[in-house]
Design a binder for this molecule. Sequence first.
Ligand code: ADP
Ligand code: MG
Length: 301
Amino acid sequence: MNPLDTILSVTNLNKRYGALQALKNVSFEIKKGNVYGILGPNGSGKSTTLGIALNVVNKTSGDYKWFSGTMETHEALKKVGAIIERPNFYPYMTAKENLELVCKIKGISYVKVSEKLELVGLTDRQNSKFSTFSLGMKQRLAIASALLNDPEILILDEPTNGLDPQGIHQIRDIIKQIAAMGTTILLASHLLDEVEKVCTHVLVLRKGTILYSGLVDGMSANNVFFELQSDDNETLIAALKTHAAVKNIAIEQGKVLAYLQENLEAKDLNKFLFEKNIVLNHLVKRKNSLEEQFLELTNGK
Ligand code: ADP
Ligand code: MG
């Protein structure tokens, strides 16, 4: 892969706020064209991670590099569109005037204003004062503003917080549209279903530690298991241990759970066991839902 396809790489990032260690050896890579979600409960370090990458929070140790280190951070950040705070514009200016002001400050052509207003569905309201906007409209205006210079990556911190269901739906649709146009996206969210609906990749963060990073789909792929029962579970377990596809075995409420490391059809497992003289009285193939896995990953431990 072309090194320029790496938009951001973070290596062993640590952050302390006094005695509190907010990030512990956080490492990840953001590649061009994907949609990443940093998923974790409140206080897990999502905003801190984004703040450090955007140079508004100081790191304690570790490193991060934009665009494979081909440019200085402040130059690189000109190619980054970010919304990490509540949207804030001039209340008595219209949506259009506010965006034109941003263009003027950043040296961007005014033609971008109507294009981005259209993208976020605010064309009809472009001449309304910002103070008359709902929170959802304010958030959409903030997205339009962050996109004015056609950034390489859009960063959003909890983009749907505080919105009503319709507002949430609109924002998620817009994010998907922006992604479909090829813009890389990194968003932080404590909502599993948001990440599941919008993102291709996920970093699961808990108490400042990354518990999982990879494809959203991959999170469930390695979580297929069989629920089994026979009159003699000990013999059953011994047989399962000899099967190459079985990764590990657990017992739950009298049922034997066989977790897989590669695909295995129910009928093939059944045949394998039957040939070893094991007759099952229960055989179900199951998959942990993303929600179960997320809870498993973020609870306890
Ligand atoms: P998240 O965005 O996932 O909710 P944060 O990155 O905001 O998490 O916070 C991570 C941890 O760091 C939390 O325990 C939070 O209380 C703490 N924290 C965040 N910002 C500060 C700060 N400025 N001073 C002290 N502690 C902070
Ligand atoms: Mg936060």
